[in-house]
Design a protein. Structure first.
Length: 427
């Protein structure tokens, strides 16, 4: 007899065998009833449903063995030869057989005769056998063989149903994971949480996946990861649109008002109201494109000038007006910061043949722990007009000692306003 080892170890057959998820006693009443009937109908002390792996026999149901599996070399296994041939096998006297005499159970006197038929599943793979063993020399009849052949059809149906149930359970678990991930995306869960959920699903489902299920799992993971990543990017883009000023990239007015209130809440601090001097003249003489470039450049400098201040919030209120919120900063420190910014935000642009020097006027107001951002911003706005009224290009916080005029030279300078009324003249 040719060795059954290569047939037993066929990868496709082993994959089919693994798909049934049976590693021993199944505890299935139908399968238990089959072996009980086989034993009674053939008057045999041992009856088994045997799923055959390399050097291993697994018994989903058995009578007379008393164990869920046994380890026997393929070359000595009755069932391995049934798998290899795909045909029924009858052994009348195993002890006198040239191959099976070496089987440990035969040598021990437990087995003397055998009748088995191949267990072929619905996909055509020989999973193992249905067989009976006797402890005496015996010749089996055609009727005995018919009993086993009939029981094979029942076992095949039961195993097929069990595999479908297992597959459906796995699919249901995959669907549940997909639904949880999509729910997380829809409710705005952080991207890391959604991806962690997907990764956990892979760890949970992959060990039980058949090849086609593994493909479905990989495809689902790829789709969910793409959906979550794209949704996160879209959500971040919407957030930026809702919060950022499109020209300067700073906080827009709405976000500035909200975050400014949050920054000052419970801590107090200072607010600088920044206005570009004579910006209307820049627009009128050089055009709006040049004016936009100037605003973007000044916004970058303003943000960079406060980058080392923890919790500072910088935003554009509209037009050429900006505000900087300095949480926890006192009046003297805020004044020093404001004076520095007056210098750092000084700029110049070329308009035709002329160089126009640009300055900013900054108003300073200080908020106590109970002051609202709207209140302190209004005070800083009034102080900014005070800076303009005192000559522009300086910081004003309500007293003359807070002024820091910038030097002016040439014909580009415009006479400072002399009125103390807010809003007098051009900004």
């Amino acid at each position: 007899m040719q060795s059954p080892r290569s047939a037993v170890a066929d990868p496709a057959r082993l994959a089919a065998l693994a798909s049934y998820r049976l590693g021993g006693h199944a505890g299935d009443a139908d399968l238990d009833a089959v072996v009980a009937y086989m034993a009674r109908a053939l008057d045999a002390p041992i009856a088994v449903i045997n799923l055959v792996g390399p050097d291993l026999q697994c018994f989903p149901a058995e009578i007379g063995v008393g164990a869920p599996f046994s380890e026997v070399p393929d070359e000595l296994s009755f069932c391995a030869y049934v798998v290899a041939s795909g045909e029924p096998l009858e052994v009348t006297d195993a002890l006198a057989h040239p191959v099976f005499a070496g089987n440990p159970a035969v040598a021990a006197g437990v087995i003397r005769s055998y009748l088995g038929v191949p267990l072929v599943d619905e996909d055509g793979f020989v999973l193992g056998s249905l067989g009976v063993f006797d402890d005496d020399v015996r010749t089996f009849s055609g009727a005995h063989l018919d009993v086993l052949q009939i029981q094979v059809r029942l076992v095949r149906s039961v195993l097929s149903l069990r595999r479908q149930v297992v597959a459906h359970r796995w699919d249901a678990r995959l669907l549940a994971v997909q639904n949880r991930a999509l729910e997380g995306v829809a409710t705005g869960s952080p991207l890391d949480e959604v991806l962690d959920l997907v990764a956990a699903a892979v760890r949970e489902l992959a060990p039980d996946a058949e090849p086609h299920q593994r493909l479905a799992l990989d495809d689902t993971v790829a789709r969910l990861s793409t959906i979550a990543t794209e949704a996160d990017a879209w959500r971040r883009a919407l957030t930026r649109t809702a919060r950022q000023d499109p020209l300067t990239g700073l906080a827009n007015r709405g976000h500035l008002l909200a975050s400014g209130q949050e920054a000052l809440s419970g801590r107090g601090g200072a607010v600088l109201f920044v206005d570009v001097d004579r910006f209307k003249d820049v627009n009128d003489r050089a055009g709006h494109a040049v004016g936009d470039q100037l605003l973007a450049r000044l916004a970058q400098r303003l943000e960079a000038g406060l980058v080392e201040l923890p919790g500072a919030v910088v935003g554009r209120l509209g037009g050429d007006e900006f505000a900087a919120v300095l949480p926890g900063v006192g009046r003297d420190d805020a004044a020093a910061i404001g004076r520095r910014l007056v210098t750092e935000l000084a700029d110049q642009i070329e308009v035709g043949r002329r160089t126009v020097r640009v300055s900013v006027s900054i108003g300073l107001a200080v908020a106590g722990p109970a002051t609202t951002f709207a209140e302190v911003l209004a005070e800083a706005d009034v102080a900014m007009y005070g800076a303009k009224a005192r000559g522009r290009g300086l910081l004003y916080a309500g007293t003359a000692g807070d002024e820091l005029p910038l030097p002016r030279a040439g014909d580009d300078s415009v006479p400072a306003l002399t009125s103390d009324a807010p809003g007098a003249g051009a900004r």
